[in-house]
Ligand binder design. Structure first.
Ligand code: FEO
Length: 135
């Protein structure tokens, strides 16, 4: 069973955003699997990098819609994104230096952050995006 599973309760009603969220779930599952299989530091490092890059790409997508629609909650939402990227980068650096390891606590953090962020922050923009024709 996958570590983190997407279901319809997590939909924001916008196809491109849901597809990006599903990809983030896939990357987090890859990381979890890499941890269980004790894959090399090199492989794990690559997945963490992918998580960082793809998160940035995804956040940029949402934030460009925030600007386009002048979304009322954009500042707060962007702060959440920024904090997540900082946390991932810090973990990436600490992992590279060998001062931290990929643990179940890290996996729990990623899973909980993403699910909570989608349910609390992302679903808040659903109505605005859908009404403004974002697909
Ligand atoms: Fe889907 Fe605000 O991240």
């Amino acid at each position: 069973m996958a570590w983190i599973e997407w279901d319809d309760s997590l939909s924001v009603g916008v196809f491109t955003i849901d597809a990006q969220h599903k990809k983030l779930f896939r990357i987090i599952n890859d990381l979890h699997e890499a941890m269980l299989k004790r894959l090399s530091d090199l492989k794990i490092g690559e997945i963490i990098k992918e998580l960082e890059y793809y998160s940035k790409y995804h956040f940029k997508t949402e934030e460009s819609y925030f600007e386009e629609l002048n979304y009322y909650d954009k500042y707060q939402h962007k702060m959440e994104h920024k904090k997540f990227i900082e946390d991932v980068k810090k973990f990436e650096n600490d992992y590279k230096k060998g001062v931290t390891s990929l643990s179940i606590d890290v996996m729990d953090y990623l899973k909980n952050w993403l699910i909570n962020h989608i349910k609390i922050n992302d679903q808040k923009y659903s109505k605005t995006f859908i009404e403004r024709g974002i697909k």
